[in-house]
Design a protein around this ligand. Structure first.
Ligand SMILES: CC(C)(COP(=O)(O)OP(=O)(O)OC[C@H]1O[C@@H](n2cnc3c(N)ncnc32)[C@H](O)[C@@H]1OP(=O)(O)O)[C@@H](O)C(=O)NCCC(=O)NCCS
Length: 331
């Protein structure tokens, strides 16, 4: 039995935060943001919209496109660093309830921007072992809820959104998720961190005053490790599957920074026309970044049944991963 990506869906909140808006909020400029990150706009959820609302809307599209009965879904895995509630209940349980699916295994995973690829790895194992048949995998983030809009080093980068994919059992090897690699190195934990609110620094007046509940990032150091890891990952996954970049129809990297993507793409000799780029219009949406990019490629006619996608990701933890996935959604 193989696991197969049978459908994709995404939801992007309506509100747009432009570089010009940010110029009025912090000491930055449209020119700096575009030159250093490639980001032009990012979407921001409404005040009364939480991560589960974004996830639900993306999931509904994915389920509809998969043409299956929602009750056939036997697991929901949701990757996020901005859950509706801290600790419990999981955002996956809330999404299951919104979808009207009861009596289903549902849980969140925490792997930051690598969350979608990590979830694919779990879904693949569940299906190949025969434990599950239809796994809904979601990457969803309301990063605006943990972004400090007084900190120019982070607030220009992040945006909100959600992407969802249905991963189903198939006997057709041509439709398979061929391989997933997922890894981490916790010695770099401090490079991307939300220090307050956990058991290390439980929320109190002091943590709030010091704005420890917001994301903090050592951008430059992260950048250097990101380009190295993203490149090495691709080399390894292609090598162990006896493939070259010529065999890949769509390179879909985590959309963190245009310069990072360009560095990796050039190192690996991937042509730009086969690389999916959404960072300019969505910014970095962490775990939602890759499924949103897959959805974008599909909706723009740049992805068709049978195409081989190479996913490549990197994020807080530090975590990283890559995947070789056939796009198996039929019209
Ligand atoms: C964050 C990032 C865009 C910053 O770009 P950079 O080229 O590394 O810039 P640096 O951090 O070295 O800062 C250069 C200067 O720009 C300034 N700067 C930082 N943010 C700025 C902003 N929004 N506007 C204007 N200036 C800014 C810095 O203060 C610094 O000024 P200084 O030289 O006077 O000290 C980049 O490092 C990055 O994308 N890192 C990786 C992010 C990532 O992948 N994160 C998550 C993985 S999911």
């Amino acid at each position: 039995m193989f696991a197969s990506l049978k459908s994709i869906g995404a939801y992007v909140p309506k509100n747009i935060l432009t570089n010009q808006d940010l110029e009025k909020m912090v000491d930055t400029s449209d020119e700096w943001i575009k030159k250093r990150t490639g980001i032009e706009i990012r979407h921001i959820a409404d005040k009364d919209e939480a991560t589960s609302d974004l996830a639900y809307k993306a999931a509904k599209i994915a389920i509809k496109r998969a043409k299956i009965d929602k009750n056939e879904i036997d697991a929901i895995i949701l990757a996020t660093i901005s859950p509706d509630y801290f600790c419990m209940p999981s955002t996956a349980c809330l999404v299951a309830d919104k979808l009207g699916i009861t009596n289903v295994m549902a849980f969140d995973i925490s792997a930051a921007c690598s969350g979608f690829v990590y979830s694919l790895s779990i879904a693949k194992s569940f299906i190949e072992s025969g434990l599950k048949k239809n796994v809904l995998v979601i990457g969803a983030e309301k990063l605006s809820s943990i972004t400090n809009y007084h900190d120019r080093t982070t607030c220009v980068i992040f945006g909100d959104g959600a992407g969802a994919a249905l991963i189903s059992a198939t006997e057709n090897k041509e439709e398979a998720i061929m391989d997933v690699m997922a890894s981490s190195d916790g010695k770099y934990a401090d490079l991307l961190i939300t220090p307050g609110g956990g058991s290390r620094y439980p929320t109190n007046e002091e943590t709030l005053k010091n704005e420890m509940h917001f994301m903090k990032m050592a951008g430059n150091e992260t950048f250097k490790i990101a380009v190295k890891t993203l490149t090495e990952d691709v080399i390894e996954i292609l090598k162990r599957n006896h493939l070259t970049s010529d065999d890949v129809d769509r390179f879909i990297p985590h959309q963190a920074n245009y310069r990072i993507i360009e560095y990796v793409r050039n190192k690996l000799d991937f042509p730009k026309e086969r690389t999916v780029l959404t960072v300019a219009k969505y910014g970095n949406t962490s775990s939602a970044s890759i499924p949103m990019a897959i959805n974008d490629a599909y909706e723009n006619g740049n992805l068709k049944y049978g195409d081989l996608m190479l996913l490549d990701t990197f994020g807080g933890g530090l975590t990283w991963g890559s995947a070789l996935v056939k796009f198996a959604m039929k019209k």
